[in-house]
Design a protein around this ligand. Structure first.
Ligand code: NDP
Ligand code: GDR
Length: 372
């Protein structure tokens, strides 16, 4: 019998990589997608299967983490062996604007799934993975952060995820369910949402190099993060559900860089050397040298990065650095892709898109460029 997995958040970055990974392992993969006024399945369109053929391996269901009856019905119908709860309002800055919605989806949504498993009597059959986060550490109490480091959440998103973390632990202890938390540090890829910092940088600088935008406006460039590749991290999500006992794990690279460093690397990938001048809200990045053919729209002396305080957060998480020793020792997991290799891949993909776009513009077909 084929194993069945149900993924919430299948249309997101991690959901799409995890669906690919599980399909390759021979799973029947079910995903929950939200109803939207336009198509929102771009990240999984390449694995879409025509519902009119027999033996479908990838099946999408309409649903929402705010809708209990919908979740119960889908779980009852699918009878999954594994549930990966990746669905969330996942943007930290947005959670300050929409705190109640974030709590409903990220905290209550997790409870709704756990309760659905219990109501349907699937406690012994269905294994549950919760997408927990390094944001739980917030104002860090210990460096590097590991499974035993105390939490100090710093945003409505992190507080909601803290509820989800503990309710997962609680259902494991109270009902003997196989339920676990992956405490994942930031992970990125060419499929990363365009408003998260790495993708904003790789896409923004690629557009600027091709003359589609003129300046990238950034928030706190001193922030330090431990950035891995989403492909490495979804492998670990699956590994966590294949153990004898459910346990929580930190997933991280163990190396941290600043946002400024990521900007410099991305610029270098485009053949641009940047010089940072000024400080605080007056800091800018200036083109110091250009090599190669990837930045035809720029000249030395152009200011292409500025700080805009609108991107500062009401409470910031300044530094995160994970210690993945437990994942390495107990599961043999080590990340295979370095932060710099990931940056190279992201810039290459965004540059390809920017070149296509610039070519259309050259021939009179101007497309709007969405910028945050
Ligand atoms: P994305 O933002 O790319 O994807 C989030 C997914 O959740 C999307 O499919 C989105 O649907 C869906 N979603 C949002 N709201 C709802 C809702 N009300 N009901 C059902 N689905 C909903 O996130 P990532 O793939 O980057 O992250 C996956 C999970 O891991 C998230 O829970 C995130 O909080 C967590 N996480 C992520 C980390 C990272 O660095 N990427 C690190 C640690 C944790 P739609 O496409 O329609 O918007
Ligand atoms: P984060 O990711 O908040 O860590 O949450 P994000 O990429 O949004 O920010 C990382 C750091 O960069 C700083 N920053 C900016 N961030 C954004 N988005 N836009 C900017 O212009 C900008 N300038 C500076 C931020 O202040 C922050 O310090 C991500 C999400 O995927 C969560 O869902 C997940 O739980 C955590 O990672 C781990």
């Amino acid at each position: 019998m084929k194993k069945k997995a149900l993924i919430t958040g299948v249309t997101g970055q991690d959901g799409s990589y995890l669906a690919e990974f599980l399909l390759e392992k021979g799973y029947e993969v079910h995903g929950i997608k939200r109803r939207a006024s336009s198509f929102n399945t771009q990240r999984v369109d390449h694995i879409y299967e025509d519902p009119h053929v027999d033996n479908q391996h990838f099946i999408l269901h309409y649903g929402d983490l705010t809708d209990t009856s919908n979740l119960v019905r889908i779980i009852q119908q699918v009878q999954p062996d594994e549930i990966y709860n990746l669905g969330a309002q996942s943007h930290v800055a947005v959670s300050f604007e929409a705190p109640e919605y974030t709590a409903d989806v990220d905290a209550m949504g997790t409870l709704r799934i756990l309760e659905a498993i219990r109501i349907l009597g699937l406690e012994k059959k269905t294994r549950f993975y919760q997408a927990s986060t390094s944001e739980l550490y917030g104002l860090v109490q210990e460096t590097p952060q590991k499974e035993t480091t105390p939490f100090y959440p710093r945003s409505p998103y992190a507080v909601a995820k803290m509820y989800a973390y503990w309710i997962t632990v609680n259902y494991r202890e109270a009902y003997g369910m196989y339920a676990c938390n992956g405490i994942l540090f930031n992970h990125e890829s060419p499929r990363r949402g365009e408003t998260f910092v790495t993708r904003k940088i790789t896409r923004g600088l690629s557009n600027i190099a091709q003359g589609l935008e003129s300046c990238l406006f950034m928030g706190n460039m001193d922030a330090l993060r431990d950035w891995g590749h989403a492909k490495d991290y979804v492998r670990m999500q699956w590994m966590m559900l294949q153990q004898e006992q459910a346990e929580d794990f930190v997933i991280a690279t163990g190396v941290q860089y600043s946002v400024r460093q990521f900007i410099s690397w991305s610029a270098k990938e485009l053949g641009i050397t940047l010089r940072f001048e000024g400080s605080g809200v007056d800091e800018v990045a200036i083109v110091d040298a250009i090599e190669g053919v990837n930045a035809p729209a720029l000249k030395v002396g152009d200011i292409i990065v500025k700080v805009d305080p609108r991107y500062f957060r009401p409470a910031e998480v300044e530094t995160l650095l994970g210690d993945p020793t437990k994942a390495k020792e107990k599961l043999g997991w080590v990340p295979e892709i370095t932060t710099q290799q990931m940056c190279t891949e992201m810039v290459a993909e965004d540059l390809k898109a920017a070149k296509r776009h610039a070519l259309l513009k050259q021939h009179g077909y101007e497309l709007p460029v969405s910028v945050e």
